[in-house]
Design a protein around this ligand. Structure first.
Ligand SMILES: [Fe+2]
Length: 257
């Protein structure tokens, strides 16, 4: 399986231009359990197609809000690249959601409703009249995006003006939400109908087989890292890793720029 890896010695590729790649996935003949005999691993990864269209459109809106506040023209160029990239990702995930999940009889409406609530109510911009409160609210959202997307450039420019008060809370909410999504998909899977216990058992088996990250790591040690004041998302991923993966990804290699 192709997977992005980190290496002992990584060569920093230097500044790179972020480009929106129009990747195409033909899912017409792909079975719901696209990892054969592993419904939980298949569902857990497919869940991204339900979560990401709203999440990535929220990234775009947040970056558009932050764009006029940045001072550095190179950073502004990076932000525009990121906005284009995330808008394209959202469209591709949305297409897969409709052509793959809905087509296979999965009804993700309750998850979509929760996502809408999270982004429109909990993670919405502050309407306070105090500019400092509004900036802190924006910083908090930018931090969450950096944590999810491993993209830190924007934080450098904003961090001096930010009060990092509740930066650990949002990733914890994302984790809880993600686990609920996996349970819902397994329980309502038209081809499997798995109970919560069976889902956990299969999920542990799939983690042992390296088909999924271990929950202990994903929702334990990796989440705890977010609470460390010195945390940088680069501790989890790197530009070198991303560039190396793009060079071998069949979808990225055939994508239209
Ligand atoms: Fe994305």
């Amino acid at each position: 399986m192709l997977r992005p890896q980190r290496f002992e010695t990584e060569v920093d590729p230097g500044p790179i231009q972020i480009q929106a790649r129009k990747v195409h996935f033909d899912v017409a003949d792909v079975p719901l359990h696209w990892i054969p005999r592993h419904p939980v691993a298949s569902n857990m990864i497919s869940l991204l197609n339900i979560v990401l269209p709203s999440a990535e459109r929220w990234f775009v809106a947040t970056y558009n809000e932050a764009l006029p506040l940045g001072k550095d023209p190179k950073l502004a160029e990076d932000m525009r690249g990121f906005i284009g990239q995330e808008a394209t990702h959202a469209d591709v995930h949305d297409k897969v959601l409709h052509e793959f999940m809905f087509t296979h009889g999965v009804d993700p409406t309750p998850i979509l409703d929760q996502i809408e609530y999270a982004f429109e109510k909990i993670l919405s911009p502050s309407d306070s009249s105090d500019p400092k409160t509004r900036l802190n609210n924006l910083c908090d959202r930018l931090w969450l995006i950096a944590a999810i997307e491993h993209y830190t450039a924007v934080l450098g420019d904003f961090s001096l003006n930010c009060a990092w008060d509740d930066y650990g809370a949002d990733p914890t909410m994302v984790d809880t939400f993600f686990q609920r999504g996996v349970s819902y998909l397994s329980k309502n899977d038209p081809e499997a109908r798995l109970t919560w216990w069976r889902t956990q058992r299969l999920r542990m088996r799939d983690s042992k087989l390296d088909l999924l990250p271990k929950y202990r790591k994903l929702f334990g040690s990796n989440t705890l890292m977010y609470f460390k004041p010195s945390f940088s998302p680069e501790e989890m991923g790197s530009t070198a890793q991303a560039v190396a993966y793009l060079a071998i990804s069949p979808a990225a290699r055939t994508a239209h720029l």
